[in-house]
Design a protein around this ligand. Sequence first.
Ligand code: R5P
Length: 288
Amino acid sequence: MKVVVGSASQRLAARVAKGLKCGLVRREIRRFPDGEFYIRLTSRVKGERVAVIQSTCHPQNDNLVELLLTLDAVRDLGAKRVTAVVPYLAYARQDKRFRPGEAVSFNTVLKLIRMAGADELVTVDVHEGEKIGGKGFPVENLTAMPLLGKFLGKMNLKDAVAMGGDQGSEERARAVAAEMGAEHDYLEKKRITPTKVLTKPKKLDVRGRDVVIVDDIISTGGTVVEAAKILRRQGARRVYAACTHGVLACDALGRLRAAGVKKIVATDTIERRESLVSVAPLVARALG
Ligand code: R5P
């Protein structure tokens, strides 16, 4: 097995290679004067099993094109088996035609990865994981929730609760809580009058307790900000946020801080300061 290090996943790829005790494939990558990429593999891949590790986080389109060019080169240079490891898969949330005429970008991206030469795709916590099957090639959707739970379990939280922001996140909260040795719940919306909706934890009283809001992705922060406000009104002691993909677009960090979120715990599917948990062991296991 050899690992190709994508520009967006340098630390993760190095950790995976270390975990697998395998070699790294070097690349020369630069831009032509007009902005196009130039990519050249400087290690041999002929006859090898190769994993290309590259998240397609911001700048999504550049990272995606870099991934596609690399996959195609690896395939063309004679690799025996090519695995695309895309820990954060851009465009995955546009997984259906919500309004007539929309591009189903998720399908397009999967087609491109396959056509570029990947024999299989490994990714992490795709929003609607069940929609990833039946795309014409094997796709493995790993989950980082237990790893997040392990990390949170060591944070000395008081009487902790893992809380999904909505019913769709309940399973994630459950997986995190199981590793934390904590309870879990989710925020439920209840219509009180025709014009009034009350949102609160479905079953638990969070008064005086530390609560971790669990989600697959924090993008603008809007979902967590709303949840944090509700939990603080309900008397939570401290509010934290944990997610697999810390997209943290625009001023998400500022908004989360202003809403009283004490700490954000994300993984290195997107490499940033908040990536306190590495998905390397998960990826290494999937490749091993
Ligand atoms: C939605 O269902 C997802 O699980 C996330 O809650 C959502 O994508 C987060 O986006 P934002 O941070 O922009 O609210």
